[in-house]
Design a protein around this ligand. Sequence first.
Ligand SMILES: NC(=O)c1ccc[n+]([C@@H]2O[C@H](COP(=O)([O-])OP(=O)(O)OC[C@H]3O[C@@H](n4cnc5c(N)ncnc54)[C@H](O)[C@@H]3O)[C@@H](O)[C@H]2O)c1
Length: 324
Amino acid sequence: MKILITGGAGFIGSHLAEAYLEKGDDVYIIDDLSTGSLDNLQPMTSDPRFQNRIFVTVDTILNHESLLELTGICDVVFHLAAAVGVLTILEKPLESIRTNIQGTEKVLELCNKFKKKVLIASTSEVYGKHLHAPLVETDNIIYGPSSKFRWSYAASKLMDEFTALAYYRTHGLKTIVARLFNTVGPRQTGAYGMVIPRFVDQALSGKPLTIYGDGSQTRTFTYVKDVVQAFMALMETDDAAGQVLNIGGIEEISIRSLAEKIIELTASGSRIEYIPYEKAFGKDFEDMQRRVPGIEKIHKLIGYDPKTTLDEILRQIIASKQIG
Ligand SMILES: NC(=O)c1ccc[n+]([C@@H]2O[C@H](COP(=O)([O-])OP(=O)(O)OC[C@H]3O[C@@H](n4cnc5c(N)ncnc54)[C@H](O)[C@@H]3O)[C@@H](O)[C@H]2O)c1
């Protein structure tokens, strides 16, 4: 099979590419390297087993010609290219909205032209400001006002979901929407606000671990390889078409406890420093206090059952940073 991954030079995309190459498939990637990097693909491009089976186009998904050619060649499409991370969205609001809305529309339009099954990577951010747990796919969505720009990420991804579902309803295009909760693992960068790589970098360099807010906000974390397995299974499952599915971990932890755990696992002498949200992100910011996925739907559909514990995930990330 020929697999197209938009955003394939990114964190999750590069792991997905690796899994398909290991399986014996050909992988095509389009990525503008805005937050991704060719370094993420180096283990694959330098592996003689994968020679002539990985093809990388450095370009934006907004370029019609490149996307047209790649969508035509490939059998299935994983759409991961997006403006990602709170910092990216706050720093480049217009560009981010363009990438997420126009980019996804273009991917779907071309998938429909060639009738290629497509999985869209959405996000738990679409749920907005809920306090209850777990969050299930049919929950209402609660956003702050449009003056709080962080919600533009959620709203743009929600529009992507609607567009994907509209292609399914209108044209019968096989679209799958995967709502990812915090996904973590080696190759993720802390440069765009992602908490675990940032804390690990700080702990390993002996700098203070900087917590935004009071650290009582909780999250769950999913190991990237569990996400990749779920993506591949969804692509092979006919009943996934036209569905929205959460993909996430179930071990809930506060950001304060996470920082303490990372200090312990790295045997670091770092201390914890608290930074008010307004100082870190400006006045347009508000955080979500809690984000825990309900995974019953995806469990029933593909038997999804994430097994990698947070301690194990953290050990892998710490080890990868100590080597690299
Ligand atoms: N990592 C997470 O915790 C998480 C959580 C929820 C959703 N997601 C979604 O998963 C997908 C992958 O995220 P990731 O964590 O791997 O982030 P990432 O930043 O590593 O990957 C995104 C990739 O898209 C590329 N890209 C951005 N704009 C592009 C454009 N216009 N044209 C071509 N390529 C472009 C970037 O260079 C990058 O390689 C995204 O759609 C993101 O919204 C991730």
